[in-house]
Design a binder for this molecule. Structure first.
Ligand SMILES: *C1O[C@H](CO)[C@@H](O)[C@H](O)[C@H]1NC(C)=O
Ligand SMILES: *[C@@H]1O[C@H](CO)[C@@H](O)[C@H](O)[C@H]1NC(C)=O
Length: 399
């Protein structure tokens, strides 16, 4: 999703103090307390045909996105509480951002800082140690994470920062995928992140990029960018991750556009530089992803019906065609656009009856991060939260 959010600034509203200690999920169980022991998180999630699997049993991938959890300077306790709300809704999985590219120290959490063309990964308390807290908080609630390593959009820096810092201002957005120096810099970032958590079962998957496209929000595409550009980049990057981490799944994070030139609907015609079929077919990509925003994508004539087709098309043309799981990784409408309970009920039902592997709604709400609310946060106590809870149970039952 294009977040249109401003970076959260220290001292404004809902930001809490930077974490000073890490969450302990291994607190010894005192025999004199009645507290429930933390869920045990062992084994790596794998795929088996069109399903996910954990320690030989079905793993139901269902839950909510929470891009903000490592970016908002939450205390470890607030992180635990946010994932606790998701777990209470029956979520098994959440998806979060593991990037924030800056050119000067913002005084709050960030993950990589650039001095000219030289990036430095922030390994300190407001960098990777903060992400350690994210992982520990998820683990304490038995939630597994899909971890996204950069952004197509310019929120939290994203790929345009690499291109601008290394190649200068005004270069095409897609040089992120094709320029050797830029690719090397991204690989370096990925390597640092991945190696830190190679043996961590809380990570469900590494994801290459949130919503890659040829063009950027503040930068255009070069004439040379085609779906082959992004597919070739995803092939190289996913193989690289597999070469340093054989434990974890890898996904792309694309919106799921089809590359059927001439199709009357632009979402199916390849124009954005994305070929979801080719991306999911890559050997080192373990499962497919797609997103669904009928209103942002001009599918306003019949938004519900568009969603029905979009889900069916990805189940048939991608999941079944390649015998790999595919997930509806983001979806949402604003209540002002369409009644959310009506829309989500219909699409959740599609996921279950079509046989799609899983889904993650955009996005989890938390009482501690109201400044990350882009209009479709799901808060405990609402009718949408109840629906999410019912759906998680129904998907687990379907298997
Ligand atoms: C990513 O996707 C689309 C492609 O055009 C674009 O509109 C959006 O603004 C993109 N990205 C960036 C860098 O913001
Ligand atoms: C997408 O699904 C709809 C409904 O099943 C179908 O009519 C349409 O032909 C599908 N599109 C493609 C490209 O297969």
């Amino acid at each position: 999703l294009n977040l249109f959010l401003t970076r959260c600034i220290p001292g404004t509203g809902t930001v809490t103090a930077p974490p000073t200690s890490t969450v302990s999920s291994t607190t010894t169980k005192s025999t004199s307390t009645v507290s429930t022991p933390p869920p045990v998180v062992t084994g790596f999630v794998k795929t088996n045909g069109q399903k996910f699997e954990l320690n030989g049993a079905d793993y139901t991938l269902v839950g909510l996105n929470s891009y903000w959890v490592g970016l908002m300077n939450l205390s470890p306790a607030a992180m635990v509480s946010a994932f606790g709300d998701m777990a209470a809704a029956g979520a098994t999985t959440s998806r979060t951002w593991a990037f924030d590219e800056v050119t000067s120290d913002p005084g709050i959490a960030y993950y990589q800082i650039w001095n000219g063309a030289t990036p430095t990964v922030n390994t300190g308390a407001n960098g990777l140690e903060n992400f350690d807290n994210v992982v520990a908080a998820a683990k304490a609630n038995g939630i597994r994470l899909i971890v996204t390593l950069t952004n197509n959009w310019s929120d939290y820096g994203g790929s345009d920062v690499y291109v601008t810092q290394i190649l200068g201002a005004g270069q095409p957005h897609d040089f992120f995928y094709s320029n050797a120096k830029v690719v090397a810099a991204y690989k370096n970032y990925v390597e640092t992140f991945v190696k830190r958590y190679v043996n961590e079962p809380t990570i469900l998957a590494w994801e290459l990029m949130n919503e890659p496209r040829c063009a950027g929000s503040s930068s255009s595409a070069s004439a040379n960018c085609t779906p082959a550009t992004i597919t070739s980049w995803a092939t190289e990057m996913s193989a690289f991750i597999k070469s340093i981490d054989s434990n974890h799944l890898v996904s792309v994070g694309d919106e799921g556009f089809f590359n059927l030139p001439g199709n009357a609907n632009f979402l199916y015609a390849g124009g954005m530089g994305v070929d979801n079929v080719a991306l999911t077919a890559i050997d080192t990509i373990d499962f497919g992803t797609f997103h669904m925003y009928p209103f942002s994508w001009a599918q306003t004539a019949d938004p519900l019906g568009f969603g029905d087709d979009w889900i069916a098309n990805h189940t048939v043309l991608v999941q079944k065609a390649f015998n790999k799981p595919v997930i509806l990784e983001e979806f949402g409408v604003l209540e002002s656009q369409l009644d959310q309970v009506t829309a989500y009920s219909e699409w959740y039902n599609d996921v279950i009856t079509d046989g799609l592997a899983g889904d993650l709604i955009w996005q989890a709400g938390s009482t501690s991060v109201t400044n990350a609310n882009d209009g479709d946060m799901v808060f405990p106590g609402t009718s949408v939260y109840t629906l999410v809870t019912q759906h998680a149970a129904a998907l687990k039952k379907r298997g």
